[in-house]
Design a binder for this molecule. Structure first.
Ligand code: PEP
Ligand code: MG
Length: 906
């Protein structure tokens, strides 16, 4: 039997259907399906993906001859349905040619429109449309598109100029006009002849005039495009096999600019912004598709309600609206009724909000395309829950209708859309913590506090932040840094606070002395307004209005639904009772990481801490630590109280000590006075603490092992707090965590200090608390020797920030200097500090979990690096069998949804 290579569709009939994506590509299957359910689409045909493989096996000539008869018959079918003839001068049929693979591959090949035109046919088109300008414009676009795409005239390098664009620019300059549409009809004619000359010059051949020659050229160009560099790279990134091939769709062109009974437009079955179940869209009478988006004419609304809403916003009176901008419902009532019925049909069929394009040609409605519509995070949640309530989709489908990351939009303030449209971007950094912020520039924490106290909204701008900046960050609307990656101090702290942050904006030059920041020639000073978009990393000049986040009932219902399917628990990273409470409200079931160093910075605490660090002997340190103990204990009480009944993992002190000491003269003088020593002595000590590589230096458990008295004090504070709360009837489940071990002995010695201190405390108090002692796995060696570690440690928490740093050898704080280049050159597909590198770092996580559980089968394993709130990483954690993920409070909902999706995916 002859292999079927061409599938026709049109007039309610189709040889293919929706489930034939593999053979017909996504687009082809969809076009067939629309026909079958009674949606009028311009007739056409699809050449199968299998032919693409034949093309590469047998070559062009063989495939063209194999297809010859089928394509001729399929064109005849279109001619009959459209009552026009391909290549005919009197009544020409024009077609479009598009690629369409199984999986969508945006930008693989440009569409070719108006195929079938030549110098004679263009006259026929003029007679048909009565619009010489349109006909000649279509012709010149066709020659340009065909030249670029089919004849290979598009420059390979981005920097090179398209030969056709060059010709257009020359002519515009000659005519003294700026826009393409200012050229006359004669100019367009001239362009066509110049274009054809350019084709001859560059390719050595005349531009093809026969419609069939044009068609074969276009069909083969689609197949060729399957192997172009862009497509190969895209397939590699998305894991799409080359054998899949692409289909080719050829379809009749229809025109919305054939007079007052013709129109073109786009519509949505629901509101893409709010999610409301409200049919809406825009159209233009006597126009072609591009006019709707080009902004030359004001598009009109499709529905009467939409039109009235629009008029109100645009301050247009009802009389003017009806006269100049009537809705389609009013201007073309019967076509509108048909459109409305069909949009409902399409939504019911695809069970999702549809984004549709249509054209009305002389009173006949045609759908050109339907697809699931893009929507805001807010609309995503509302539409999913509405469709679930309407019985259109089931619970699991509803959970997959929301992209976890899109939930961010519901949790943080966003910019007012209109205001954002006119804003100018002055720099770009990493989208370190989502949300929108607008305020006045300040450079120092003290200034931030001062300005804030006076009622100003401030943006804190720093080269990079350190714990000293915490108080300023806390009162700022947002944080902008010139250096630092996605796990830099600024990024991690801002996310914890739910505050907008853009980090690593390398174009900024910050001058602390003069309190200025410079980008290019623009110099901004303290007090000037800027705005930040922490969701895309953009920095804008001036103030932009923001809108506060509101949590909807739909959001809450979605979260409850997620929990029904989730296996992985979601905890939070929180260091204050307030953050802990926010996270609990978002559904966190424990704290997976409490970074205790953040507790040392306020008021008296930092003084005592500095005293401890600057002391020369154990005795001095113990004395200073005894001053810190009550503060720490009170802090832990606050957190345990907020997390009543939930486990709390408290990590022992982690950062290098030099982060706590004063680096400015004033601070050093204060310290000297307080401790009764010379400033010089203080300076010497500060100097002695400085390190070449602090990230790899005296930090983590290396501190506790060199100064066990710190571990002792922290153990007393943690367990002392728990004991006091026990007396109040509050349930605590402390998990004491040792950071940065690479060798089991590092852990064992710390564990011994913790347990001995606990025993002493319990004996003294005559009461006890159940607690566990575990470790972070964040040094590759700890992962490699996880079985040994698990013989002592009662739980593992993967610190994937440090683990990523040490596995790749990329500094967490300095990656911004080369990351953009690496992403651009595709050396990295994503920032590994944002998205867990499953292949490398993930391998360590998987192996350590398996090794650990081989020794201790019930070993509790979690993750507390920043990846714990990133959807693909959360799904990985589920697959590896971790017990929980822990993330900053505002990411808890995202992690809950991703965890539910992971459980359903199995
Ligand atoms: C980590 O390294 O992943 C971690 C959570 O610890 P920190 O970010 O505090 O180094
Ligand atoms: Mg760490």
């Amino acid at each position: 039997m002859n292999k079927k290579r061409v599938y026709t569709f049109g007039n309610g009939k189709a040889e293919g259907q929706a489930n034939m994506k593999n053979l017909l590509g996504g687009k082809g299957a969809n076009l067939a399906e629309m026909n079958l359910i009674g949606v009028p689409v311009p007739p056409g045909f699809t050449i199968t993906t299998e032919v693409c493989s034949e093309y590469y096996e047998l070559g062009r000539d063989k495939v063209v001859s194999l297809l010859q008869e089928d394509v001729k018959n399929a064109i005849a079918n279109i001619e009959q349905l459209m009552n026009a003839t391909f290549g005919d001068i009197e009544n020409p049929l024009l077609v479009s040619v598009r690629s369409g693979a199984r999986a969508s591959m945006p930008g693989m090949m440009d569409t070719i429109l108006n195929l079938g035109l030549n110098d004679d046919v263009v006259e026929g088109l003029i007679r048909k449309t009565n619009n010489p300008r349109f006909a000649w414009d279509s012709y010149r676009r066709f020659v340009q598109m065909y030249g670029d795409v089919v004849l290979g005239m598009k420059p390979v390098n981005k920097e090179d100029i398209d030969p056709f664009e060059e010709i257009i620019e020359e002519l515009k300059e000659e005519r003294g006009v700026k826009l393409d549409n200012e050229l006359s009809v004669d100019d367009l004619k001239l362009l066509v002849s110049k274009f054809k000359k350019a084709v001859k010059n560059q390719t050595g051949h005349d531009f093809p005039t026969s419609a069939y020659d044009q068609l074969w050229g276009a069909i083969c160009a689609v197949f060729d495009s399957w192997m172009n560099d862009r497509a190969i790279l895209y397939r590699k990134m998305e894991g799409i096999p080359a054998e899949w091939g692409t289909a080719v769709n050829v379809q009749a062109m229809v025109f919305g600019n054939m007079g007052e009974t013709s129109a073109t437009g786009v519509c949505f079955s629901r509101d893409a912004g709010s999610g409301e179940d409200l049919f809406n869209g825009e159209y233009l009478i006597n126009a072609q598709g591009e006019d709707v988006v080009a902004g030359i004419r004001t598009p009109q609304q499709i529905t009467k309600v939409g039109s009235q809403r629009w008029a109100e916003l645009a301050c247009v009176s009802e009389e003017e609206r009806l006269a100049k901008y009537p809705s389609m419902e009013e201007a073309m009532p019967s076509i509108y009724a048909e459109l409305d019925a069909l949009q409902t049909k399409l939504e019911n069929h695809y069970k999702d909000m549809q984004d549709m394009e249509f054209t009305v040609q002389e009173g006949k409605l045609w759908f050109l395309q339907t697809r699931n519509g893009k929507r805001t995070g807010f609309a995503m949640v509302k539409i999913a829950m509405d469709l679930l309530r309407e019985g259109m989709i089931d619970e699991k489908t509803a959970l997959f209708r929301v992209e976890p990351n899109k939930l961010d939009e519901l949790l943080h303030p966003v910019f007012d859309k209109k205001a954002l449209k006119v804003a100018s971007v002055i720099a770009k950094g990493l989208p370190a913590s989502p949300g929108a912020a607008t305020g006045q520039i300040v450079f120092f924490a003290d200034d931030a506090a001062e300005w804030h106290a006076k009622g100003h909204k401030v943006i804190m701008v720093r080269i990079e932040t350190s714990p000293e900046d915490l108080a300023g960050m806390a009162v700022a609307q947002g944080i902008l840094t010139a250096r630092g990656g996605m796990t830099s101090h600024a990024a991690v702290v801002a996310r914890g606070m739910g505050k907008c942050c853009v980090s690593g904006a390398g174009a900024l030059k910050i001058d602390y002395k003069n309190k200025t920041m410079q980008v290019g020639d623009l110099v901004l000073k303290e007090g000037d307004y800027i705005s930040l978009n922490g969701s895309n990393g953009e920095v804008y000049l001036g103030q932009i209005q923001t809108k506060e986040a509101e949590l909807s009932d739909d959001f809450r219902e979605l979260m409850t639904l997620a929990d029904k399917y989730t296996k992985l628990k979601v905890r939070t990273n929180a260091d204050t009772p307030c953050d802990a409470q926010i996270a609990r409200n978002f559904g966190a079931v424990g704290i997976g990481l409490c970074r205790t160093e953040h507790m040392f910075f306020e008021g008296e605490k930092i003084k005592a801490m500095r005293e401890m660090i600057l002391s020369e002997d154990t005795e001095g340190r113990v004395k200073a630590l005894s001053k810190i103990l009550p503060y720490q204990q009170a802090d832990f009480k606050g957190i345990f109280r907020a997390m009543d009944g939930c486990p709390v993992t408290v990590r022992l002190l982690d950062p290098p000590l030099h982060e706590f000491v004063p680096h400015d003269l004033k601070g050093q003088e204060d310290m000297a006075a307080m401790m009764g020593v010379s400033v010089k002595k203080i300076q010497e000590r500060v100097e002695s603490l400085s390190e070449q590589n602090p990230m790899l230096g005296h930090r983590g458990c290396r501190l506790g092992n060199t100064y066990p008295e710190i571990t002792e004090m922290q153990t007393l504070a943690i367990l002392g707090a728990a004991l006091e709360l026990k007396a109040e009837g509050i349930h605590t489940y402390p998990e004491i965590m040792v950071p940065l071990i690479g060798n089991v002995v590092e852990f064992q010695q710390q564990e011994a200090v913790i347990r001995t201190t606990a025993e002493k405390l319990f004996a003294e108090k005559g009461d006890s608390i159940e607690f566990t002692v575990g470790t972070m796995i964040e040094v590759p060696r700890a992962a490699l020797t996880a079985d040994k570690v698990a013989s002592s440690a009662e739980f593992f928490s993967f610190g994937t920030n440090d683990l990523t740093q040490m596995t790749f050898g990329y500094s967490r704080d300095d990656i911004a200097s080369f990351l953009p280049v690496y992403l651009d050159k595709k050396i990295l597909q994503v920032d590994p500090f944002q998205v867990l590198d499953q292949e490398g770092v993930g391998q360590l996580v998987r192996m350590a979990t398996e090794k650990g559980r081989s020794i201790r089968p019930d070993l509790k394993c979690g993750i507390c690096g920043e990846h714990g709130g990133e959807p693909s990483s959360v799904k990985f954690c589920h697959r590896v069998g971790l017990n929980y993920v822990s993330c900053s409070p505002f990411r808890v909902p995202i992690a809950r949804l991703a965890a539910a999706q992971a459980a359903i995916e199995g």
